[in-house]
Design a protein around this ligand. Structure first.
Ligand SMILES: NC(=O)c1ccc[n+]([C@@H]2O[C@H](COP(=O)([O-])OP(=O)(O)OC[C@H]3O[C@@H](n4cnc5c(N)ncnc54)[C@H](OP(=O)(O)O)[C@@H]3O)[C@@H](O)[C@H]2O)c1
Length: 306
């Protein structure tokens, strides 16, 4: 099974395991974060062989990009795959803006914060209400032709918006909410992406920590998005994963990540982390190889969430 992927129709390739960085400098989203811890998380990822870093303007209103840019100064840039996103307009109360002028300006500012001269994957983070999506993507294609970005992505777009964005076949990658406990994307989105050679990156792959197995039956109130019945099903599913993890001498999180890595519909899985130890542990997911039976057992254990 290939553990490296090529992103859409671009020439960007990476391992199937990356790092989500909303807890790197994302002080506006998660109170109490320290920049030093964020830098340590990024270093841990690059030192453990993870190559793709997924950031965004919105994580710390540029701070996440700046921390990553600083850390990168001590690494070989050509071996790192940098993905970032923009849409929130700081001149307009952070309202989403997909206009060509805003997107082009956002790429230039992101390049400065990341202290680099190209970005591997640039996503439109959220759709706005007015810009035709193919015009937004055409603007990014101009930036791509100029060599400033290498692949074009969209995030949080409905399927209809993705189709509009991809009218001219220019979208390489889509990032959206997907995990074993949030599987709607399997119905219509995955077949469209496969037919159109568009890669998929799931966000919240560990359901914000729930799928690491560190929460038990008494923690249901921390995950109010699930009914009591759904939460019980998740606990049962995690018992199945725990049994398989034990066979591999692996953790639950590593085994869940190995499931995504084995899933042909998933391009790159980008678990987030608050601490370097979590990154070191999650990176070992690349060494966990599930048998077909184990893959199916995990799939079946969470089939209620399809
Ligand atoms: N495009 C978008 O709109 C969008 C939206 C959301 C996220 N994202 C991206 O997707 C990435 C992933 O999402 P996410 O980070 O929010 O959620 P996630 O990957 O589902 O969960 C990550 C969280 O789980 C905990 N964790 C991770 N590894 C662990 C381990 N080995 N042991 C114990 N706990 C562990 C950590 O939180 P604690 O230590 O605090 O428990 C970590 O921050 C983000 O970082 C971001 O890059 C994109």
């Amino acid at each position: 099974m290939a553990k490296t992927v090529t992103i859409g129709k671009s020439n960007v390739s990476t391992t199937k395991l990356g790092l989500g960085t909303n807890k790197v400098g994302g002080h506006n989203l998660f109170p109490g974060l320290k920049d030093e811890d964020g830098a340590a998380v990024v270093k841990a990822a690059l030192d453990s062989g993870i190559t793709l870093l997924d950031t965004a303007f919105m994580y710390g209103l540029g701070r996440s990009e700046e921390i990553i840019g600083d850390v990168l100064q001590n690494y070989d840039r050509s071996k790192v795959v940098l993905a970032t996103k923009a849409a929130q307009d700081s001149d307009n109360d952070l309202k989403n803006n997909n206009t060509p002028a805003f997107l082009k300006k956002s790429v230039d500012i992101a390049l400065k914060r990341l202290k680099t001269d190209y970005i591997d994957i640039f996503y439109i983070h959220f759709p706005d209400e007015t810009t035709p999506k193919n015009e937004a993507v055409a603007a990014l294609n101009e930036v791509k032709q100029a060599g400033k970005i290498k692949a074009i992505g969209v995030s949080n777009f409905s399927l209809d918006q993705i189709k509009e964005a991809n009218k001219d076949g220019l979208v390489d990658i889509v990032e959206d909410n997907y995990s074993l406990v949030h599987r709607e994307a399997e119905k219509e989105l995955f077949p469209y992406l496969e037919d159109n050679k568009i890669s998929f990156v799931p966000y919240f792959p560990l359901a914000s920590g729930l799928l690491t197995g560190k929460y038990g039956p008494d923690d249901a109130d921390k995950f109010k998005q699930f009914s009591a019945e759904q939460y019980q099903l998740i606990m049962k599913g995690l018992d199945v994963v725990r049994g398989i993890a034990d066979e591999h001498d692996a953790t639950v999180a590593q085994t869940i990540l190995a499931w995504y890595i084995a899933n042909p519909a998933v391009g790159v899985v980008i678990p987030g982390a608050r601490k370097p130890e979590q990154v070191d542990s999650n990176a070992k997911a690349l060494t966990v190889v599930l048998s077909d039976e184990e893959y199916k057992a995990i799939d079946d254990a969470f089939s209620a969430f399809k």
